[in-house]
Design a protein around this ligand. Sequence first.
Ligand SMILES: *Cc1c(COP(=O)(O)O)cnc(C)c1O
Length: 467
Amino acid sequence: MVAGKKIVRMETTTKNGKGFRKMWRLGFEEVNTSHFDISPDDELVVREGNYQYNIFDIIKKYGTSTEILFPTIIENRVRDLLETFNAYIKVLGYKGRFFYHYPMKVNQNKEFVLPAVAEGANLEVASANELFLVKRMIEQDKFTNRIRVICNGPKTERYIQLIEELRGKGLTVIPIIEDYVELERLSKFSGEVGIRVDLSIKVKSHWDKRFNRFGFTEDELLKLGKIRNLTILHYHISSQVESIDGLVAPVKRALELFSKMKLKNPGLDTLDIGGGAGVPYNKYKNFYSSKNLVQRIVKTAKQTCDALGIKHPNLIVEWGRYVVAPAQITVYRVLAEKDVNNKGKNKWYVVDGSFMNDLIDTWALKQKWHVIPVNNMRNPKLERVWLAGSSCDSDDKYTNGGSHVLLPRLEEGPQFVAFLDTGAYQDSLASHHCLLSSPLKLIASNGEIKVARKRETPEDVGRLFGW
Ligand SMILES: *Cc1c(COP(=O)(O)O)cnc(C)c1O
């Protein structure tokens, strides 16, 4: 175990008179880097209260490729979110209550879920297997019955049986009806249910598809009439929504539908606005603040309900990416450098991990990341770099959208690079192209480093394929 060192001195100036801290965009609240800084030895450090972790020292001890999770970041973000919603509810005179549900699919690792739950998160699950983990948590006393669980995704018989089993144990577990088969099957369910609408509204984001197979259309819902034990109207419009308006306009539209459905379903008392709040992966561009976003949501909900003359419903948000993306970084070692033919002065830096395997959205969605050096952070000699992963695939690369990443010129000694904001979605989508081992997963908490998942051995990886 490498103990996090107590801070002895705070850095106030930068060597060479250059603003490297600013250049790497570290220490900025608005882009989620307030915990990050550069040590006097030009190395990346992450602070947690009175502790600080020197990422270079950790990596020298544990090797690469490595993911490092900072649970304190999850705790702070959940706490902040609850406080911000509750503050605006009070200030704006909103009468409904606020519930945060962490969507487990965004990162199901225990070390992500438990800190969120400890800070007051409820849960949203997308499958029977995720709900099975809730059962585990109950059995291990990590979960109390006051926590509520919302169940999305197609309801297989096994899934419904597990919902009924957990309800029998006293848990508030609420299935969200997504189609006519589920509507029929769940008409016998004795607890609260929700129903999902596919709103006819479009927002700017990769995920807002022209055709959507989730939930009922607005017209279909209005024709359904009374639904037994209905308390929640739910929608999930998209992910990484680019503007506040994209998250606020659906609230208004959904509340208009809500007020009509309430005529036949007087028990309907909650609007679940799903996920979608974005994170500033790009630290050089302005991005909306969660404070402004929350204020606009509560204000819009209040004004819309008052205009419609309905009681203010409780509000649920299921923001996943927003809460966990900034809590993890992924670190690689640069193995080799090569010229990029036909691309000016760009160099390839080949790293000892795979974007296609471990940061799969790089490949799937052309996801952009904030990439910074872990050491030599004040080296003024920088290269324009494309990063190449270790698989044999020509798509296994990170080019920052065909532009480049600036990184220190390679000198004597190893060079490590960190990708920020890798906590959302990458882990459960990870794969084993070329049978590369998955990264080691470390947890940095209370000044200590713990191994959460060992680096896979050749035996481990072979076993996955029947060897
Ligand atoms: C994926 C998903 C979420 C989380 O979305 P984020 O964009 O990560 O906030 C929330 N609710 C549902 C129903 C989802 O499918």
